[in-house]
Design a protein around this ligand. Structure first.
Ligand SMILES: CCCC/C=C\CC(=O)SCCNC(=O)CCNC(=O)[C@H](O)C(C)(C)COP(=O)(O)OP(=O)(O)OC[C@H]1O[C@@H](n2cnc3c(N)ncnc32)[C@H](O)[C@@H]1OP(=O)(O)O
Length: 305
């Protein structure tokens, strides 16, 4: 319990005192056109991460803008963490909405080109950056809502699973899931833990083995996402949701969040070094490199057709 309280105290240090104006935020923050309110300011310093922070409401919208598919490259994840740290320290921010600035894709997951044909040193830095990103988002004291506006496979799904609430566009063409086995690779234990914490043991057992990508309705049915909305209501619904969460006193919510997530975080932290070694050793294998190469060819070939 003492360590939960310590963790909560750390999380609580990031909370802000902003008073909310629910009415103004929901009417002003405009859906897919990102029609930001006058009190919203651009808080971006990066080319691939766009941040708009509304200091009246305390809601920040963090948009991924890494064309063509928001793949999570080393550079992207480094920029993500820098932008994230800035928001964590900003007392006027109480909650963060994660979404994509690109059409049709939330995130295509890890950048395969960072794993394929790269040096062990590069892959070590790459995996450390992913661990860092996950620890920040999953362990955040802020309220984090995923506004999933397109495909969200593998690492993209992990990003969504790390949030407190997931809202997805109601469109069967958008798929989400932990599909690593389909690429001939294995998702690490903490991806599986996040999935299991969300959809339960049996569903994750099926899901990680088959590498299932669920369409939006299926994702809602198994609890992988919490809500489906039409495309033009995505950001307004995410903002309204955030405002409902703001009604809960931060300190109590943060202690509760830390308590629920502690075991998963501790397990990852304890296995962190071994997890890096596993990843680098695994991706050193010729057979794995071959699988990644074939998958990239398949993606490119699909496009050519
Ligand atoms: C031991 C390892 C553990 C690893 C744990 C996690 C691993 C991962 O996250 S692996 C990544 C898994 N991701 C996927 O399987 C998604 C693959 N991509 C797609 O299915 C589609 O691209 C997507 C549905 C996201 C979007 O479809 P489209 O809009 O039709 O785009 P294209 O398919 O034409 O792609 C455009 C362009 O992007 C390249 N691409 C796509 N995904 C990735 C990726 N993850 N990494 C790197 N590059 C990617 C694709 O090849 C195209 O490139 P060009 O042909 O050069 O334009």
């Amino acid at each position: 319990m003492a360590s939960v309280l310590r963790q909560a105290a750390r999380l609580a240090s990031s909370r802000c005192l902003t008073q909310l104006s629910a009415a103004s935020s929901t009417s002003r923050l405009g859906a897919s056109s990102y029609n930001f309110s006058p009190s919203s300011r651009n808080a971006s310093t990066s080319s691939t991460i766009k941040v708009q922070l509304d200091s009246n409401t305390g809601v920040a919208i963090m948009m991924f803008q890494n064309p063509p598919v928001n793949s999570m490259s080393l550079d992207f994840m480094t920029e993500f963490v820098i932008a994230w740290d800035k928001l964590e320290l900003d007392k006027s921010c109480r909650g963060i909405i994660l979404t994509s600035a690109l059409p049709n894709v939330f995130s295509a997951g890890l950048d395969i080109m960072d794993m394929y044909g790269t040096t062990p040193e590069h892959r070590t830095a790459f995996w450390k950056a992913l661990q860092e990103l996950w620890l920040k988002v999953y362990g955040s004291g802020k309220i984090v809502v995923a506004a999933i506006n397109g495909a969200s496979p593998a690492g993209g799904c992990l990003m969504a699973l790390s949030c407190d609430y997931r809202i997805m566009i109601d469109n069967p063409k958008y798929k989400i899931g932990i599909n690593e086995t389909k690429l001939g690779i294995v998702a690490p234990f903490w991806f599986k833990d996040c999935l299991e914490n969300t959809v339960g043991y049996r569903m994750s057992e099926m899901s990680v083995q088959y590498g299932i990508l669920y369409n939006s309705a299926e994702a809602l049915k198994i609890g992988l996402v919490d809500q489906l909305v039409p495309e033009d209501k995505l950001i307004s619904t995410a903002t309204e949701t955030m405002i409902k969460w703001f009604a809960i006193p931060d300190y109590a919510r943060q202690i509760s969040k830390a308590m629920v997530r502690k075991a998963t975080m501790d397990k990852m932290l304890a296995g962190r070094e071994a997890d890096i070694t596993n990843f680098v050793t695994f991706t050193n294998k010729d057979s794995i490199q071959k699988s990644l190469g074939m998958y990239m060819e398949m993606l490119k070939g699909r496009k050519a057709k």
